[in-house]
Write a protein that binds this ligand. Structure first.
Ligand code: GDP
Length: 392
């Protein structure tokens, strides 16, 4: 599937940058165009792969290229004010060649948190292609204001996109590392999962067309209907010598061939279970999922229809959904078999409820402190006896 990606804010820009790197490394061809939007000049300059002409600095008259400092209301305002400049960059995208837009942002900050829903709304008004969001939730150790920003942005972003794919930094936090190197690793995780998912609809150069290949329309249909999505992932290394299945088939005859097939099938079903029951990009309960898509990627000889069909059936039982699609994505030469499970329209998500609760408390706290500080300042500046007069 070919995407036009718009990275909003620092996290959004860095993640889109990473998608371009992934594309170049794997030849998966998913990023048809990439744009970065930010109110902080330094963040735009730090990007490596997004072409310079596609980096848009907004809000210059308001914040002079220094960012909005985690004020997402200001982030939304300047996105609104400078929408023409953003559109100018989107105009260079050959939209007839893309299957969908993907707006990427960290929801805890200011520019991306406020701006991403604004650009999503704008794109939906102008184009007929679906507009998806990839929203990153902050870690719970980042503090109240980030949680409050994320909760407000999440609520707005979901409403404005055709589907919001969520990644929760909190469940991916790595201890004992610098924040920066931690993010680098997390960003690689994000890109690998979503790269396989979106790459599934594209045939890589030199790859054979798979038996039951996943098509872009299947990804689009799984995401249609809106709501919130999460992605699971599991993989296993496999040997990829040229003598693999084929030769052993000649030598060993039917028995070995059957054993091979059974092993391949079992590996697939076990990877589907691991992907679904392991760490999801947004942890949630899988039952009640509205739609799901299973993508099995790997060297074609390690993929078979029976395994995918069994995995798909298991996913139907696990989620209770009647709309579970599945297919393969041949990646010969990758040396591993991977399973990516997209759960779309999830509703039982304790993490979101917790985020909203903490956000409400933070909001109340902030209001309280603001009121108190007004009184305190009054008490400090004006002495009681009113003997001093202000200058004017
Ligand atoms: P903005 O530039 O004002 O939109 O704010 P940032 O993108 O810098 O930060 C917003 C939130 O995104 C932070 O609170 C973090 O939770 C998260 N974040 C920042 N940088 C990264 C990153 O490189 N990767 C990931 N996964 N999350 C990030």
């Amino acid at each position: 599937m070919k995407l036009a990606m718009i990275g909003f804010g620092q996290a959004g820009g860095k993640i889109v940058d990473k998608f371009l790197e992934y594309d170049a490394e794997t030849g998966s061809n998913i990023v048809r165009a990439a744009v970065a939007v930010n109110s902080a000049k330094a963040d735009l300059m730090g990007l490596e792969h997004i072409p310079e002409e596609n980096r848009v600095l907004i809000g210059q008259s308001r914040v002079k290229g220094h960012g909005v400092g985690a004020d997402n209301e200001l982030g939304a305002e300047i996105a609104e004010e400078d929408i023409d400049e953003i559109q100018g960059s989107i105009d260079s995208i050959p939209v007839h060649e893309v299957d969908a837009f993907l707006v990427v942002a960290g929801l805890g900050g200011g520019t991306g948190s406020g701006g991403a829903p604004v650009i999503a709304k704008h794109l939906k008004r102008i184009y007929t292609e679906p507009v998806y969001g990839l929203g990153v939730l902050p870690g719970s150790d980042e503090g109240g204001i980030y949680t409050l920003n994320a909760a407000r942005s999440f609520q707005t972003f979901v409403r404005e996109v055709d589907n919001l794919l969520v990644f929760d930094n909190d469940s991916w936090r790595k201890t004992g590392e610098s924040v920066q190197s931690g993010y680098d690793e997390i960003n690689s995780e994000i890109v690998r999962r979503f790269g396989i998912l979106f790459g599934a609809g594209e045939v890589r150069e030199g790859q054979e067309v798979a038996e039951s290949v996943v098509d872009s329309s299947e990804i689009i249909n799984t995401l249609s209907g809106g709501g919130v999505s999460t992605v699971g992932f599991a993989e296993e290394e496999v040997e990829e010598t040229s003598s693999g299945g084929l030769l052993s088939r000649f030598r060993g005859g039917e028995d070995e061939d059957t054993a091979d097939t059974a092993h391949t099938t079992n590996r697939i079903t076990s990877l589907v279970r691991k992907a679904t029951l392991g760490r999801l990009t947004l942890p949630c309960e899988t039952d009640g999922t509205e739609r799901a898509l299973l993508v099995m990627a790997g060297p074609s000889k390690y993929l078979n229809r029976k395994g995918i069909e069994r995995g798909r059936k298991w996913l139907e039982e696990q989620t209770g959904s009647m709309e579970v699609r599945g297919g393969d994505y041949p990646t010969d030469g990758s040396g591993r078999v991977s399973s990516v499970v997209l759960l779309s329209g999830v509703t039982n998500v304790p993490r979101i409820k917790e985020l909203q609760q903490v956000a409400i408390e933070a909001q109340e706290n902030i209001d309280e402190i603001r009121n108190e500080s007004e009184e305190n300042l009054e008490g400090l500046v004006n002495e009681d006896s009113d003997e001093l007069e202000s200058l004017f």
